[in-house]
Design a protein around this ligand. Structure first.
Ligand SMILES: NC(=O)c1ccc[n+]([C@@H]2O[C@H](COP(=O)([O-])OP(=O)(O)OC[C@H]3O[C@@H](n4cnc5c(N)ncnc54)[C@H](OP(=O)(O)O)[C@@H]3O)[C@@H](O)[C@H]2O)c1
Length: 252
């Protein structure tokens, strides 16, 4: 069976490729460095020809709905049997921005004749690596107060996605780690000091770094939800799908 992996050269995509190959699937990488692009419909048609399934992901951006819709339409044209979409966990009150985009794409998939699986992860543990400079200086910025978060190891997301692709699993799979950790505990496991600035201060700090205001707004709303404990739930789905508990986050 041939599976197209969008973003196969990225951190998560590489892991999905590894778990697919371990399950005997033939992988067709879809990467911008090889000339494929979700914005380029002809490249989608070329890549999807004869494929049985697609792992669909893209970057958090304003264009996400258009880009992923291009892929869904190409899958419909090519007669692909299944799309496994990397999404996020739906949160009450977050209906616009990044979360809104994922919900729109999920509804488009539900209306498609292509079968689909939604992989809905919590925060990836690897996002802390985006603060490499701070970590090297001995601190990390986690601006969500006492809120706990069930951080997930990206290997668990990738392995669940591979299972869904190979075993044709339907529905939504919520992927979290085995426990919810607050920011202080994350800092302790990483052996650094934690900074927890008020969210308005954090927004001002980051706005100067050139982050798209649309993404910045979405991130602020997300951190406010985390502070309220909205992502503290631990999901049974890794155990259900993989038959083992999720990996521990930031293992010491
Ligand atoms: N990070 C988290 O904690 C988290 C939590 C829950 C959900 N999510 C969701 O997971 C998804 C990925 O997030 P991320 O932070 O991992 O993003 P990311 O680092 O930007 O990775 C996105 C991947 O998609 C590929 N991609 C993006 N645009 C593309 C295009 N036009 N054509 C082909 N490939 C394209 C990228 O390929 P290149 O290698 O070419 O850049 C990259 O491999 C997002 O939808 C996000 O909402 C993330």
């Amino acid at each position: 069976m041939t599976v197209v992996v969008i973003g196969a050269a990225g951190d998560l995509g590489r892991r999905v490729v590894r778990f697919l190959e371990a399950r005997g699937a033939a992988v067709r990488p879809f990467t911008r460095r090889d000339g494929y692009d979700l914005a380029d419909v002809a490249s989608l048609d070329t890549a999807f020809a004869g494929a049985r399934a697609v792992f669909l992901q893209s970057s958090p951006s304003r264009e996400q709905v258009d880009l992923e819709t291009n892929a869904i339409e190409a899958a419909e044209r090519a007669g692909v049997a299944r799309i496994v979409k990397l999404s996020n966990i739906p949160l009450a009150g977050l209906d616009a921005g990044l979360h809104g985009n994922h919900r729109v794409i999920e509804r488009r998939l539900a209306a498609s004749r292509v079968a689909s699986t939604l992989v809905q992860p919590s925060f990836f543990t690897t996002v802390v690596e985006r603060q490499r400079d701070a970590l090297d200086r001995g601190y990390i910025v986690l601006p969500f107060g006492r809120g706990k978060l069930a951080w997930v190891d990206p290997d668990d997301i990738a392995e669940v996605a591979a299972e869904a692709l190979v075993r044709d699993l339907d529905g939504a799979i919520v992927v979290t780690g085995p426990e919810a950790l607050d920011g202080d505990e994350v800092a302790r496991r990483l052996s650094v000091k934690r900074l927890d600035p008020p969210i308005d201060e954090w927004r001002e700090m980051v706005a100067g770094s050139g982050m798209d205001p649309w993404l910045l707004d979405s991130t602020v709303h997300l951190f406010e939800a985390v502070a309220r404990g909205a992502l503290a739930g631990v999901s049974p789905d890794v155990q259900r799908v993989l038959g083992r508990p999720p990996r521990r986050a930031f293992r010491l």
